[in-house]
Design a protein around this ligand. Structure first.
Ligand SMILES: [Zn+2]
Length: 107
């Protein structure tokens, strides 16, 4: 039975047979959320997201602009494309480099 919402996010209109989908598969998500922009999409339902943040460097008493990147699972029912902002949640390790799954396309 597919859950209607995951962490308050309504399940997408499209259905899928992806076992690693938080809505239609068996993967459960943890309450550790990230937002980022999709910069790369692979054919094997993977994507790379990135976001920028400033970090204070005490030695120079200035802020540096840092980039963070994360490999995420892109369920076939959501199918986020490069350029879209997405909400991502932590899961169990899905593969060697993926520990997070996309929950929602924000824009
Ligand atoms: Zn799905």
């Amino acid at each position: 039975m597919a859950p209607l919402t995951v962490l308050g996010v309504a399940s997408p209109a499209k259905s899928c047979t992806d076992g690693k989908c938080p809505f239609h598969g068996t993967v459960t998500v943890k309450k550790e959320l990230f937002t980022g922009k999709v910069v790369k999409k692979d054919i094997n339902r993977s994507a790379t997201i990135e976001w920028f943040h400033s970090q204070y460097i005490p030695k120079y008493e200035r802020f540096a602009w840092r980039r963070s990147r994360m490999r995420v699972h892109n369920p076939s029912c959501l199918d986020a494309a490069p350029g879209q902002n997405v909400l991502v949640a932590k899961t169990r390790p899905l593969s060697k480099t993926k520990h997070h799954v996309i929950l929602k396309v924000i824009s």
